[in-house]
Design a protein around this ligand. Sequence first.
Ligand SMILES: NC(=O)c1ccc[n+]([C@@H]2O[C@H](COP(=O)([O-])OP(=O)(O)OC[C@H]3O[C@@H](n4cnc5c(N)ncnc54)[C@H](OP(=O)(O)O)[C@@H]3O)[C@@H](O)[C@H]2O)c1
Length: 228
Amino acid sequence: MRIGIIGAGHVGGTLARLLAKHGHEILIANSRGPQTLVDLVDDLVGAGGRAVTAEEAAQGGDLVIVSVPFGRYAELPVAGTADKTVIDTTNYYPERDGHLPELDRDETTSSELVQAHLRDAYVIKTFNTMYWEHLRDFGRQSSAQFRYALPVSGDDERAKRTVFDLVELLGFDPVDVGMLATGGRRQQPGTPVYGADLTAAQLRDRLGLPAPWGVPTPPGGVGSVRRG
Ligand SMILES: NC(=O)c1ccc[n+]([C@@H]2O[C@H](COP(=O)([O-])OP(=O)(O)OC[C@H]3O[C@@H](n4cnc5c(N)ncnc54)[C@H](OP(=O)(O)O)[C@@H]3O)[C@@H](O)[C@H]2O)c1
C-alpha cells in the first residue's frame, strides 16, 4: 500500500520506518518541506519511500497517517482525503496546542475535530497511546507469548478493519474501543490506558470492556505513564 504520512517527528518517523520495513511505500511530509527530510528518507528508500509536501502525502497515499501536534490539525490538507482511511495519532495537550474550549469542556474529542476538518475521510484513532520508543521497539510476532495492544476507535467499520491489519502488521494487538466519540474518550490523555503498555486483555479490563467470548480476564496490567 502507498501510505501518506503527515508529520515526520517521533511518531510519524517511527511509523514510516516500521511500515517501510514491511514493504509499504511511504510518502512523508513535515511542515518545513521535503528537503529537510533527507536523513529519514535514506531509511525508506528500499521500499520506494520519499519526502513530499503535506498536500502530496494527502493526495498520493491510499491511506493517510496524521501525526502532527494536535494544535496544527486545521492546517492539514483536505484535498485528496475523501473516502480514504486517515489514522489520527494526535493528542490534545492544551499547554502545547493552545486551549480549545470545546475540548476543555469535554463537548467533543480531538479526533472528532480532525474528522470534521477532513470531512469526507474515515478517521480512525490509534498509535496515540504508546510512547514512540515503545511503538518502535515493542512490536512482536503473533506467535510471541504475549503482545502489547493498541486501542483503535473510529466510526467506519471497513476503515477500522484496514487499520486493525496495520496494527497487527506492526506487531500489536488491535482492540476496538468504540466510535470516535466514545472510543476517542477512552484512549485520550488521562485515561487508564494512555501511556500504559498493556496486553489486549489488560487494556479491556482497564476500560471495563467485556472480554471476547472464551478469553479469561487477566490480572491488572502495569505500565509507565508518559506524555506523548
Ligand atoms: N511522542 C510520543 O511518544 C507520542 C506518542 C503517541 C502520540 N503522540 C502524538 O502524535 C503527534 C505527533 O507527536 P510527535 O512526538 O511525533 O511530534 P514531533 O516529534 O514534534 O513531530 C511533529 C511533526 O509534525 C510536523 N508538522 C507540524 N505541523 C505540520 C503541518 N502543518 N504540516 C505538516 N507537518 C507538520 C513537524 O514538522 P516540522 O518539524 O517541519 O515542523 C514534525 O515533523 C502529537 O499529536 C502527539 O501528541 C506522540
